[in-house]
Design a protein around this ligand. Sequence first.
Ligand code: HEM
Length: 340
Amino acid sequence: MTRGGFGRRIAVAAFVALFSVCLAMTLAPRAGWAQQARQGVNPTAQAVKEEQLLKELDRVTGRVSIPDSKAGTLIQPEGREWRAYHERTLHWIGGIAILGMLAVLALFYSVRGKIRIEHGWAGVKIMRFTTFERFVHWLTASSFIVLALSGLNVVFGKVLLLPLVGSDAFAVFSQWAKYAHNYLSFAFAAGIVLTFVIWVTENIPNRTDIAWAKQGGGILGHAHPPAGKFNGGQKLIFWSVVLVGAAIAASGYVLMFPFYGTNIADMQVAQIIHGVLGVLMIAVILAHIYIGTLGMEGAFDAMGTGEVDLNWAKEHHSLWVEEEMSKARAAGGGAAVPAE
Ligand code: HEM
């Protein structure tokens, strides 16, 4: 045998040996898994690993002796998808909507500042909302704030509040927040119905709203497009509160009374609708709160005392002021009353 032929044989033998070792290393674990899968995984075995169960089984089911047969399903693929939505997707949607809105409002405030009454305070007030209208507004608003904060605790509490306050305080807070969320839902639902009843006629969209919207509602520039009692932006808020609020309430009651005519898939849909619309509505209401307080001079009085300054009313709701004036003239009195 030549020296070159011997060398080639050694190289081939070394290659075959190396290849066999690699093959054995690759196949060995699979053979183990295959064997395990054939034997099946015993979910109650002490050494069973959760990850192993998740990888190998689509679902973990067993038998239960209670009438509720769905309690026999411990883990199912849809449940994992839903958890991913709840632990990740909803966090992103909520984070972007709420922090995004706060960022937009902060930017808007830094560019535009507070929208002032351009002609200054008239010192004469005009009645805008009755006591009952303000009661309905604050009933809806105060219950909304508690529902929003307690709802946010369900979504973000574990990651944001728990590390700050510790598990004992978090557990007590969450329990009370949950009671508040359940019981104040009735005040909120009543507020939504009353809001619709008392203001629907003044919130039907019309041509004035299109003209108002074309001028950007006068928010960016210094124009004061004519508007009735409610302008285009306020009508948008009204319909968001009524329609989105109704959808939130309906899905909320599905969650509060689980499995009354619903199955697991329906419950998941209800929770997705409730959570997503809830966080979006919080973002929209932040804009509403901004414009009613920090953003616009003279606006808060409307829901504070119920009377607004005449110049504010003329600048932001000129058609409504004309209407009120002609009503007062027809009645032989004055709608505008001097300030104290
Ligand atoms: C009639 C009104 C409402 C009812 C009946 C209701 C009911 C519920 C129920 C039963 C839950 C499940 C809580 C749990 O996990 O134990 C929930 C969660 C939640 N609610 Fe409400 N709710 C209402 C209004 C609101 C409002 C107005 C908001 C927002 C402003 C809101 C935001 C949330 C959020 C963000 C969650 C967590 C959703 C999730 O974990 O996916 N809810 N609600």
